[in-house]
Design a protein around this ligand. Structure first.
Ligand code: PLP
Length: 465
């Protein structure tokens, strides 16, 4: 890969892009007046833009997706072969890759037993909400229908998924939302003063943070609550890990009040944190898991909702009720390229030992960042697991006041100029995008990790001195 292209003059593409594409999460004016970046090629951890400039991609395609890296011929071959054989058939029938991937996936998820293919991560989350509403009608006369979600978590861009989202920027202008969604507090140790729990630490803090969920359940009435929906590590809300003791207590609370537990693994799923799924670090078993981004590393679109035999059983045919099944479909759940790509993606992770590499490289990245924290006072907190890390930037370590969003963006811009693409997030509160985020491909080497951290070091010096 040398960054040269058949058609070296991509100015026509840039013009077409500027004139016709409405870009995600982008301010129009800023985009129009900037020199837009068209990503033309990728190989391994690296991508090249329209000018042939090479970048280390420290965000796996921008949004934590390309887990096994770019240019994997074996995935492309499998997708091509499958598309030539059968490109699509609705999931009302079976297909070979859908059956085989479901079997392989379930093998990695003890306690789970059924895979439901969907259009997107948001759509997968919607399935869970619909199932919970249907169970509420079937078993509880429609009463146990409320869905609890957490402050700072994100569950997607569709209306019910937004109704379950606790991030200011994502929801501020899009209400009114669906009824029956209730917010519970977050569990962020770095900002535990916001929860009034500043005197607690470690597992004591973790349990107390979970107890705040129980308080909301009791206020709402446990007989009205059907689901608790959480991210294993909050992604867009600022790369937030739950404290010790939290997850065990969450599972205990759900069991106590007969509430189903849904873990949204759209970001953490399929290796990102060093285990197949983020929740597998916590020693608990959920009732629902949803996933999307890394399932096929972006080589084909695939998302799914996975649940237990116990939930599946509730929808078995009841001769007295012709509506007893799950009355739902997602058109693109029937695309065969997704599971064909996902099967090979998972095989690559196994064959190349990428879970182990993720743990090892994640530890290296964290150690590098902790050293940077000693050098740069602006780094308030270092968070994350595996190759999913965040640096929260603050003006003052005592007050924890976030840096201005423009300064965090300047760090991202400076890294870009050095040839390293990083991200910034924390969409929880107005103007709080102050957390740098990193999610390189699971194939990252020590040299890649060090190059990413060196670029951050230089950028922090350039922006903050
Ligand atoms: N859940 C989480 C945790 C996410 O981060 C996202 C997207 O970033 C989604 C759900 C929505 O996924 P999709 O964009 O595939 O609908």
């Amino acid at each position: 890969m040398d960054g040269t292209f058949k058609d070296n003059d991509l100015s026509k593409v840039v013009a077409a892009d500027k004139a016709n594409v409405w870009h995600h999460l982008s301010q129009h004016k800023q985009y129009e007046t900037s020199d837009p970046r068209i990503i033309v090629e990728g190989k391994g951890m690296r991508v090249w833009d329209q000018n042939g400039k090479e970048f280390i991609d420290a965000v796996s395609g921008g949004v934590w997706t390309v887990n096994v890296g770019y240019g994997r011929e074996e995935i492309c071959d499998a997708v091509r072969d499958q598309l030539m054989k059968l490109c699509y058939f609705a999931q009302t029938a079976g297909s070979i890759p859908a059956a085989l991937f479901a079997e392989k996936l379930i093998d990695k998820m003890p306690g789970m037993s059924r895979v439901y293919y969907t259009n997107s991560g948001s759509d997968a989350n919607e399935k869970v909400f619909k199932i919970v509403r249907q169970i509420s009608h079937k078993k509880y006369g429609g009463k146990k229908h409320k869905i609890l979600y957490r402050d700072r978590d994100y569950h997607g861009s569709t209306l019910a998924a937004m109704s379950a989202t606790g991030q200011h920027e994502r929801i501020a202008q899009y209400g009114p939302f669906a009824p029956g969604f209730v917010k519970v507090p977050h569990c962020m140790e770095y900002r535990k003063h916001e929860l009034g729990l500043e005197d607690l630490s470690g597992a004591e803090f973790g349990r107390a943070a979970a107890d705040q969920i129980e308080k909301v359940i009791l206020e709402e009435g446990p007989e009205t609550v059907g689901l608790l929906c959480l991210e294993p590590i909050t992604a867009g809300g600022g790369v937030i890990e739950a404290p010790e003791g939290y997850w065990e207590r969450v599972r205990e609370i759900c069991d106590k009040y007969d509430i189903l537990l849904h873990i949204d693994e759209v970001v953490c799923g399929v290796g990102r944190t060093g285990k197949w799924f983020g929740y597998q670090h916590f020693g608990i078993e959920p009732d629902f898991v949803t996933m999307a981004k890394g399932v096929a590393s972006g080589y084909a679109a695939i998302a799914c909702m996975v649940t237990t035999e116990k939930v599946f059983d509730m929808f078995k045919e009841d001769p007295s009720d012709h509506m007893s099944h799950f009355r739902d479909i997602s058109t693109f759940g029937g695309c065969t390229a997704g599971p064909a790509a996902a099967l090979v993606n998972m095989q690559i992770i196994e064959d190349e030992g990428l879970l182990e590499n993720t743990t090892k490289m994640g530890e290296r990245m964290r150690a590098n960042f902790l050293k940077l924290q000693e050098k740069h006072a602006v780094i308030g907190d270092v968070r994350g697991k595996g190759l999913f890390q965040g640096l929260e930037l603050v003006k003052d370590r005592e007050t924890k006041e976030p840096v201005d969003e423009a300064q965090a963006q300047a760090v991202v811009g400076n890294c870009g100029a050095q040839g390293v693409i990083i991200g910034v997030t924390n969409r929880s509160l107005p103007g709080r995008n102050n957390t740098l985020c990193f999610s390189p491909a699971l194939i990252a080497t020590e040299e890649d990790i060090d190059a990413i951290c060196d670029a951050v070091d230089n950028a922090l010096t350039a922006v903050f001195g």
